[in-house]
Structure formats: structure tokens, C-alpha cells
Design a protein around this ligand. Structure first.
Ligand code: CAO
Length: 451
């Protein structure tokens, strides 16, 4: 008997996704709930489990296809194994967490493009019943929004359309309705505040300046056009938003990590045995968590709509991870409560999970500050962009041996270049210089942290 395995409803607000890879082959005998394709929606990627067991007879999708809920992915011949297998309703299968995924993955895991569902009264009803499942793309507004990529927000399609037309990122709007639901008035109020308060110009949904028409590049040579992945689109939108809305300045400094490197090499083997890597990044996690406590304005966000500064009393630090699919920023939670060994093991695991795209949205949420270490690749310095609504980001470049004049002679020292980009609305240059200097001194003399 032939059973069509279809894309089940993955969320009330997701009606399609892009096939990243097909995980089964024609002729392969598969089990019930075995992943058949990897599907990518706005940010997250997840595996779609089979609703039937048996031999794969036909595969109807290929990587790159955009498939809609209800469309057939594969046809399975349940054949002789029919007695051993059962067919489940798609919604029963999707309701269970995938084998390696946490709960969030089995739930609607992604941002939803505003146009993902037609505007109907029914949709408005869902918005009230399950506001947390309404997600739009854009940058978050406060510490609790945490992730620069996703933010569940309660807003009806009509309000989203209004926001789009006005170029407002709904994530920045405070909802005054039940469960924080955003009304038309909330959006208008937000726009009014923006126009009068900060002088920010609203120009496009991503907060970026509308693109000018492009020339026909093929006039000058061969070209190839490829679609932007959803991660790329979201990253672009959020970077544009931060670039256009945050007045940023970058402070440069250098830390002498000669002694630290001796310590790192000495302790590395022990940590490796526990599955972690003691690296500059894991050490910086620890140092930055202490620095954030000492300089609370670096652990804050601004809420212009209320003229407030939100000082966070928890210390979650995002770490930029370079993956095949683009930049992702998992967050190490409660860094201040973990020791260096725990942080090294956690970071190693988190980076691995991120690269394998097994990271859940929850693991990318909640960052108050970010570390971006490009030193493993190279470079002498760079100016990272603040991940709004965070207010600062640390850029780490490659440590190199430099001659340093100490006690009347030049000595070879390992020098780590550091850059700190900060939101100048809330952080003054002198504070930034002090903060970065404090980080450098803590790397040079870790005892400083105990003072
Ligand atoms: N200077 C010199 N060497 C460095 C270094 C630095 N700043 N940072 C890392 N290294 C070395 C490590 O010590 C390690 O060497 P050993 O194998 O000899 O110990 C090697 O480079 C590889 O380190 P790593 O990159 O695997 O580990 P990490 O913990 O330092 O970094 C991570 C983890 C996830 C931050 C990193 O792998 C990564 O993805 N970096 C890219 C971040 C990025 O894309 N940023 C740009 C975002 S836009 O702002």
C-alpha cells in the first residue's frame, strides 16, 4: 500500500519551508518518524519525520524546493512490512520532539514572514489564543527578547501589514493589549515616539535605506543568481536595523596574553579530557561576565518608548559562530555562575551543535553582550556591529608575537588585539575605554578579577 508522507502543519503560522536536504533514498526502507527531509523556515531548520514506515517508492522534492503544508514529500510503500508498521496522522508525529531536538524544535521553531497567512478573522482569533506563536522577523526590543533573529510577538496580520507599511519592526513595539498584544494604537504611538524622540528615520521594514535599482550586471560578463537563505535574509535585516538605529563607536586595545597562554596550554589537556577546549574565547567569556558586573551599563538595553534603561541582573553572553550557512550566535547562559572548565566544555558543545544546525531558538536567545572571535581565522582588527538591543560587542582578532619594551629591553610577547563596539547613546567613550582596559588587564593579570 502506498502512503504519501506530507508536510504536516508545523505551526499555525508557517505554511511552507525550503527543503535543505533530502535524508532518504528511493528504495530505502524507513521507519516511522525517521527524518525524511531537513526543512528550513525563517531561521531554524528542523527535520520532518515520516508519517509512515516502509520502502521509499518516490521522492517528490529536492533541495531548494519551497514546499507547502499538506504537499507530498515522499511516497512510501508499506508493502509486506505493513503489519509491523503503522500510519500516524501528521499532526501526531510533528507534535513529538525530534530525536535530537529539544522541545522548542518540535514547536513552531521559526520566524514567520508576515505574508505567511492570508488575513482572516480566523487568524486574528489565533493571535488572541496563542500570541506567543506569532512571530515576525526583525530585531528584538529588550533583554527578554534576547535573540536578534527571532521574537514571538502577538500581532494580527492587519497590524503586521500596517507595521510593514510604516517600516516599523514590531519587535520594538510594546503591546498594551491582553498578553502584550499589539494594537494599531500601539504601532502609531511607537511611530510618534520615534519621530519626536530619537530622530530615527523610518525607511524600510529592515530599518535600511531602500535599495536603488541595480544595473544589468550581465552586460559586463557572466553572472549567476542565487536566492538568499532565510538566515542570510534575517541577518541582513537585523544588521541593517542595528547599523541604522544605533550610533556605534569602536574602541581598540591590546592585551598581553603571554602568561595566559602558558596557563591555557598547561590546563588544556585536562579540559580536553572532559570534552572541552580551553580557548581565548572561553576565557573571555569568564572575564567578560565579571566585567559586565563591574560595568552594568554594558549589560543593559534602552527602551526609548519609556525613556528607560533596562539593567539586567543576569549574565548571558552570545558567541558568534561561523557556520557553513552563515553567522549564528548561540548564547551561553549565566556565565557568572560557571567556572572556566564548565564554560569551555559548554562552548565547545554549543559551537558544534550550532555548526551542525542542531541549535534551538531558545539556545540563541537571551544574550546581553556578544563576543566575536575571528582570531582563529586571522586579521589584526575589525569593528563588529552591536546586536541591538544589546549595547556592546567585543571583537577578538588574532594574537601575534610582538616586541614589547619592558624594563629597558624589547621582549617577545603574545599580544591579543581587542575591539569593543558600543552604543554611544548609553555608553560614553571614557567608559568604553575603561571597560576594555579592564578586560585587557584581567587577561594580563587574572588576579585583578578577584579585586
Ligand atoms: N588568536 C590566536 N589564536 C586563536 C584565537 C585568537 N584570537 N582564537 C582562537 N585561536 C586559536 C585557538 O586557540 C585554537 O588553536 P589551538 O587549536 O592551537 O588551541 C584555534 O585558533 C581554533 O580555535 P576555535 O576557533 O576552534 O575556538 P575558539 O573557542 O577560540 O572559538 C568560535 C570558537 C565559535 C568563536 C570560533 O570557532 C568561530 O566560529 N569564530 C568565528 C566568529 C565569527 O564569525 N565572527 C564574525 C561575526 S561578525 O561580527
Amino acid at each position: 500500500m502506498n502512503i504519501e508522507v506530507k508536510l504536516p502543519e508545523v505551526s499555525e503560522n508557517v505554511d511552507s519551508g525550503d527543503v535543505v536536504s533530502v535524508l532518504v533514498k528511493v528504495g530505502e526502507v524507513i521507519k516511522l518518524e525517521q527524518p525524511v527531509v531537513e526543512l528550513e523556515t525563517d531561521k531554524a531548520m528542523f527535520e520532518v519525520p515520516s508519517t509512515a514506515a516502509g520502502k521509499v517508492k518516490e521522492i517528490l522534492v529536492k533541495p531548494g524546493d519551497n514546499i507547502k503544508v499538506g504537499s507530498t514529500i515522499i511516497v512510501v510503500d508499506s508493502g509486506e512490512t505493513e503489519s509491523d508498521i503503522s500510519e500516524q496522522k501528521p499532526e501526531e508525529v510533528i507534535a513529538k520532539p525530534l530525536p535530537e531536538a529539544k522541545e522548542e524544535i518540535s514547536e513552531p521553531v521559526t520566524q514567520v514572514l508576515p505574508e505567511s497567512k492570508p488575513e482572516t478573522k480566523e487568524n486574528d482569533k489565533h493571535d488572541i489564543v496563542k500570541p506567543a506563536e506569532e512571530i515576525v522577523s526583525g530585531s528584538p526590543k529588550s533583554s527578554d527578547d534576547r535573540n536578534i533573529y527571532t521574537k514571538p510577538i502577538p500581532a494580527s496580520p492587519r497590524i503586521r501589514r500596517l507595521a510593514r507599511e510604516l517600516g516599523v519592526n514590531l519587535i520594538n513595539v510594546t503591546g498594551t493589549g491582553p498578553a502584550g498584544r499589539i494594537s494599531e494604537n500601539d504601532v502609531k504611538e511607537y511611530v510618534k515616539n520615534l519621530m519626536s524622540g530619537t530622530g530615527i528615520t523610518i525607511s524600510s521594514p529592515a530599518g535600511s535605506i531602500p535599495q536603488q535599482p541595480l544595473p544589468d550586471f550581465s552586460k559586463w560578463g557572466e553572472i549567476e543568481t542565487v536566492s538568499m537563505s532565510k538566515i542570510r535574509k534575517v541577518t541582513a535585516a537585523n544588521m541593517s536595523y542595528a547599523w541604522n538605529s544605533v550610533p556605534m563607536v569602536t574602541q581598540f586595545d591590546k592585551a598581553d596574553i603571554t602568561e595566559l597562554e602558558i596557563f591555557r596550554k598547561k590546563l588544556s589537556p585536562g579540559i580536553e579530557k572532559l570534552g572541552g577546549q580551553l580557548t581565548v574565547t572561553s576565557i573571555l567569556l569568564k572575564v567578560c561576565s565579571v566585567a559586565l558586573k563591574k560595568f552594568p551599563q554594558f549589560n543593559s538595553s534602552i527602551d526609548f518608548s519609556k525613556s528607560e534603561i533596562i539593567l539586567k541582573k543576569y549574565y548571558n553572553i552570545g558567541v558568534a559562530v561561523d557556520t557553513e550557512n552563515g553567522l549564528l550566535v548561540p548564547v551561553v547562559k549565566n556565565v557568572d555562575r560557571k567556572n572556566l572548565t564548565e564554560l569551555s566544555v559548554e562552548l565547545t558543545e554549543l559551537a558544534k551543535q550550532t555548526r551542525e544546525r542542531k541549535i534551538t531558538p531558545a539556545e540563541m536567545e537571551g544574550g546581553n553582550f556578544t563576543i566575536s572571535n575571528l582570531g582563529g581565522i586571522g586579521g589584526t582588527a575589525f569593528t563588529p556591529i552591536v546586536y541591538a538591543p544589546q549595547v556592546a560587542i567585543l571583537g577578538v582578532s588574532r594574537a601575534t608575537t610582538e616586541a614589547k619594551y619592558i624594563d629597558g629591553e624589547f621582549k617577545p610577547r603574545l599580544i591579543l588585539p581587542l575591539t569593543l563596539t558600543y552604543d554611544h547613546r548609553i555608553i560614553d567613550g571614557a567608559d568604553a575605554a575603561r571597560y576594555l582596559r579592564w578586560i585587557c588587564e584581567s587577561l594580563e593579570q587574572p588576579m585583578t578579577m578577584m579585586l
